[in-house]
Ligand binder design. Structure first.
Ligand code: C2E
Ligand code: MG
Ligand code: MG
Ligand code: MG
Length: 287
């Protein structure tokens, strides 16, 4: 009996695996065609200065509307795109599109703000990475200071000196650099001194329970202090409530990003926000 049960368990497990593998294959095939089919779109989320309420930046967040699979979250397809290497051409498209959009906003006379693009480790490791960024800027005739690259701690910890040399090249090019999801990776504080970054983005997992969890509050407070001492901008990610904003403001955090100001929106929708230039804090329910 136990043997039978064991076999059934295996079969069940096997079927689950097959379904997943098949789904994965479907998704990978669809992802392979997505660029050609123009199924990607960039959404933008404003970053807001907490003292003035002014919009100080826009983060570009990739959206995939698949003709066969529907809308798929980047949390699902980015890891897959990284595994099969598709993140390289997709990430290249993101860079060109974000630069093009930044330029278009400026051409329309809107107050210029940096547009932040998320970079994957695989993109960053490529020998032609800096050249690709230069190309994207040139194609859009965009000044480098209006492009910000969001890098993760794990990306920065990859392989020591080469990373540092690449960061110096990017700095020389004039792009801004921030550390995304700060506090969730290997937090070697030594690299903050070595690496020419401009901004720390406090991960949303620390912001979420800020007002209830004293440990999260302590971590957020410490990162804000660290940023101030090193003269780095600090952006609190995933800020959803006015209470969180009050805490951040009281602790001297320079900026925040999250549903309390605006969810990520299509370019057309944020154009109007850029025109106004400031954003009031209001708990917005994301769509
Ligand atoms: P991330 O760069 O840390 O982006 C922040 C995520 O938090 C976004 O999820 C955003 O929609 C979400 N978010 C913003 N405000 C709030 C809030 O108030 N509450 C909550 N709960 N969430 C909020 P999204 O757009 O699903 O992106 C997920 C991740 O996918 C990003 O995390 C980033 O790591 C990756 N990603 C997105 N676009 C790209 C891209 O173009 N290239 C690469 N390499 N990765 C990307
Ligand atoms: Mg990001
Ligand atoms: Mg983040
Ligand atoms: Mg994240």
């Amino acid at each position: 009996h136990a043997k039978e049960e064991g076999r059934n368990t295996y079969r069940f497990f096997d079927e689950v695996m097959n379904v997943n593998a098949l789904e994965r294959l479907h998704m990978e095939n669809a992802l392979r065609r997505a660029l050609d089919q123009q199924e990607f779109q960039l959404y933008y989320q404003p970053q807001v200065n907490l003292a003035s309420g002014r919009i100080i930046g826009m983060e570009a967040l990739l959206r995939w509307f698949s003709g066969t699979l529907g809308g798929i979250s980047p949390a699902h397809f980015i890891p897959l795109a990284e595994e099969c290497g598709l993140i390289v051409p997709i990430g290249r498209w993101v860079l060109f599109e974000a630069c093009r959009q930044a330029r278009q906003w400026q051409d329309r006379g809107l107050p210029p703000v940096p547009v932040a693009v998320n970079l994957s480790a695989l993109q960053f490791r490529r020998a032609d990475m800096v050249a690709t960024i230069r190309e994207a800027l040139e194609a859009a005739r965009l000044d480098a200071r209006w492009l910000e690259l969001e890098l993760t701690e794990s990306l920065l910890m990859q392989s020591g000196t080469e990373v540092e040399a690449t960061l110096r090249e990017l700095k020389a090019l004039g792009v801004r650099m921030s550390i995304d999801d700060f506090g969730t990776g290997y937090s070697s504080l030594a690299y903050l001194k070595r690496f020419p970054v401009d901004c720390l983005k406090i991960d949303q997992s620390f912001v979420r329970d800020l007002t209830d969890d004293p440990d999260d509050a302590a971590i957020v407070r410490a990162v804000i202090q660290l940023g101030r001492s090193l003269r780095l901008e600090v952006i609190a990610e995933g800020t959803e409530t006015p209470d969180q904003l009050d805490f951040l403001r009281n602790e001297g955090c320079s900026a925040a990003q999250g549903y309390v100001f605006s969810p990520p929106l299509p370019a057309d929708a944020v154009t109007e926000l850029l025109r106004i230039g400031t954003l009031p804090a209001a708990p917005i329910i994301p769509c």
